[in-house]
Design a protein. Structure first.
Lengths: 98, 629
């Protein structure tokens, strides 16, 4: 049971990571990050039910709150990006490295 | 009155501050009043203080006081304290008196210079530092003054800084004297480590009790102090800076490089005589250094072409006499020669300055001549100075001081016949080069048309100093001529008298000795007249001889010390520090290069593409996991 849940979590995480690395559209990159976060949450809940401890669910709420905060910051960046550069392509703003 | 002593150095320091901070807003007249007035006030104050001091002499030979504590840390206490005794009062009188006359002279000499304010600011700072040096009651404060005068010397040698040669001369003076100063600092530290005090009086008392005569520590301390004195007073082997120091304005040469600063070494040895008597070997070295210096510089002075360089070598030579006297323990004789030398050498420099101005800033004596009639004041005062420098008998101050030194060398147990013979040869050379100057500059055909005649501010110092050069010797007349031991009695309150009063049978020796010295001086004048007056055939015969020519070149270069030091120190230093070959430079260049290339490789990874960063984070996390498993 736990093993199945962990395998699903791993698949979700790798999907998310692959999406993050492959997509250039910043909206999809955000979606990919959300998927990775949910994969991590799923792993915590699976572990919590395996040892019958509440910690896993506590960690899920923690990640939920964290994801909300992350989404608000990331959406703000996204808005600025599309506003100033008229694009949602993350690579198009690579000159910001300096 | 005696509690006003701190104001003596404070006045010139105040003048320096006023000139520096407010100087831009002051008119030329106000600048003059501040610059000259501060030193004049200081001289007046010194004279006022001298009166009660002399009245209280036999009972109260010294006054000390402290303004505030300067440094007070574990074991080391040094205060802004002064110690006034016969020795420091003598120095103070000379510094402020001669200093005032030279400042007065400068108002005319420097009148057209754009650096008028800067000049007087530096000069005031110098006088203040020099007074700090001689009035200090502890060695740390003395060292502060010592470095202060060194700084002012540097600033004033390079006063006309637009000419790089002047800057080079200033650096040379600074670096060479700094060699001696370093030794002096080490000596002071050693003294402090051994005796746990830097008070001048206390240190000598403690040393006399703790160190046996001739012990290693006493010799080491005295030798280090001597090295400092040798650097400051331009003695062999650190004499090379003084002839080049003539790059500064002439009043600077008169005040700093003739009358006061260069005699700081003499003062240091006399002040710490309690330490030097514990080290007989060092005393012997002082006497030998003095004799060697006075001869080397005397020969060099014979062949110089630049009027100021002649006087510079002459200064080195005369300080050699003072060192010779110190070395045989004749402290008072050395200080007496300091007094007379300050008068006549300042006079000679000031008169030389007037000559230089008169012939359009020409300093080559081969292009002067026949100036006797143009300005009689300059001629007669220069003649008085040259006569005093040569030690012409009876009428000049130089005669009494030089005679006293040579008689001390003859009769002192530490003296010797060789030292004495060197001194007598030096007296002959002194007369020869002095009158060579007189005959070259003031006699013979006129080679340049004089343009400038000295005004009042030039004439007054010249006449006063000439009068002093002729009369100051009367304070101390040897027993053979009816004893007047005023000066030795006065200084005996600060410095021990080495000799017992001459016994009856010695007085014939003394008279014979005096005759020899006098003959040497007169012979010098006679030879100078024979060679440089009239048709000068004798001179041409001598000069055309190849050996004489070789010696003349050697002497002209100051015995090749400059070349020797260039090979020993300057070239190796340049070779080590030249760009590209310096080992340390290479090391740091490589280090900088490594950092730069590492930085380059790191910037390559900074693509600005967020996905790359995410990939590297993922890779990093994976790596950590692998490592953890």
């Amino acid at each position: 049971m736990t093993a199945h849940a962990l395998i699903v979590a791993m698949i979700l995480f790798v999907l998310g990571l692959a999406g993050l690395l492959a997509r250039r559209n910043i909206v999809y990159m955000l979606l990919s990050i959300e998927i990775m976060l949910n994969a991590a949450s799923l792993a915590f809940i699976a572990a919590g039910s395996r040892w019958a401890a509440p910690d896993g669910q506590v960690m899920f709420f923690f990640i939920l709150a964290f994801a909300a905060a992350e989404a608000s910051v990331a959406l703000a960046i996204l808005l600025q990006l599309s506003d100033r550069f008229r694009t949602v392509d993350a690579d198009a703003v690579s000159e910001m490295r300096h | 009155m005696l509690h006003l002593v701190p104001f003596i150095p404070a006045l010139p320091f105040g003048g320096f501050l006023l000139l520096t901070l407010l100087g831009g807003r002051l008119s030329r007249r106000e600048l003059t009043w501040i610059g000259v007035g501060s030193v004049g006030g200081s001289a007046l104050l010194t004279a006022l203080i001298a009166i009660p001091f002399l009245h209280g002499l036999p009972e109260a030979p010294s006054y000390s006081g402290r303004l505030w504590t300067w440094i007070d840390t574990a074991g080391l206490t040094a205060g802004m304290g002064w110690h006034l005794d016969a020795l420091s009062l003598l120095m103070t009188l000379v510094i402020t008196g001669v200093g005032f006359l030279i400042h007065l002279y400068s108002t005319e000499y420097m009148a057209d210079d754009e650096g008028y304010r800067r000049f007087f600011a530096y000069m005031n700072l110098f006088v203040g530092s020099m007074l700090t040096l001689v009035l200090a009651d502890n060695l740390l404060l003395l060292y502060l003054g010592w470095e202060g005068v060194g700084l002012c010397s540097y600033l004033l040698i390079g006063f006309w800084y637009r000419d790089p040669a002047n800057g080079a001369a200033a650096q040379k003076a600074f670096i060479v004297t700094r060699t001696g100063d370093t030794a002096l600092a080490v000596g002071l530290l050693l003294l402090f480590m051994e005796l746990h005090t830097l008070s001048i009086q206390q240190a000598q008392t403690l040393a006399a009790g703790a160190w046996p005569i001739g012990s290693g520590i006493a010799t080491a301390v005295a030798a280090l102090l001597l090295a400092g004195a040798v650097g400051k007073s331009a003695q062999v082997p650190l004499q090379v800076w003084l002839p080049d120091a003539m790059a500064g304005p002439t009043p600077v040469s008169a005040l700093i490089h003739a009358a006061t600063m260069v005699t700081a070494g003499v003062y240091l040895i006399a002040r710490l005589h309690g330490l030097f008597v514990l080290a007989p070997a060092v005393m012997g070295a002082v006497a030998i250094i003095g004799t060697v210096t006075l001869l080397l510089a005397g020969f060099s002075a014979l062949v110089q072409r630049d009027i100021k360089r002649v006087l510079a070598y002459s200064t080195i030579s005369q300080i050699g006499y003072m060192f010779l006297a110190l070395g045989v323990g004749a402290w008072s004789a050395a200080l007496f020669h300091f007094l007379t030398h300050a008068c006549f050498k300042a006079l000679l420099f000031l008169a030389a300055g007037a000559v230089i101005l008169a012939v359009h800033h020409e300093q080559d004596i081969f292009r002067m001549g026949g100036l006797r009639r143009h300005s009689p004041v300059v001629f007669w005062t220069f003649l008085a100075g040259a006569a005093a420098l040569s030690g012409l008998p009876l009428v000049t101050a130089g005669f009494y001081s030089k005679d006293w030194i040579l008689w001390s060398v003859w009769s002192s147990p530490q003296g010797g016949r060789w030292l004495w013979a060197g001194g007598v040869l030096g007296a002959f050379l002194t007369a020869l080069y002095s009158f060579r100057l007189v005959f070259r500059v003031f006699f013979g055909p006129r080679r340049a048309e004089p343009a400038w005649t000295p005004g009042r501010a030039t004439r007054i110092p010249l006449v006063v100093l000439a009068a002093l050069s002729l009369t100051v010797g009367l304070f101390e007349i040897p027993s053979t001529l009816g004893p007047v031991p005023l000066f030795s009695m006065y200084l005996s309150h600060a410095l021990p008298l080495l000799h017992e009063p001459a016994a009856e049978d010695e007085s014939s020796h003394e008279a014979a000795q005096q005759t020899v010295v006098t003959m040497a001086s007169l012979a010098g004048v006679a030879v100078a007249a024979w060679m440089f007056l009239g048709r000068r055939r004798a001179l041409e015969t001598v000069a055309s001889h190849p050996i004489a020519g070789a010696f003349a070149r050697l002497w002209f270069d100051g015995w090749g010390f400059d070349r020797l030091y260039a090979r020993l120190f300057v070239w190796p230093w340049h070779a080590v520090t030249r760009e590209g070959t310096d080992g340390f430079d290479l090391l740091y260049d490589r280090l900088a290069g490594a950092v730069r290339s590492a930085h380059y490789w790191l910037t390559v990874t900074q693509t600005g593409q967020v996905r790359w960063y995410a990939a590297s984070v993922a890779l990093g996390a994976l790596l950590m996991l692998v490592l953890a498993l």
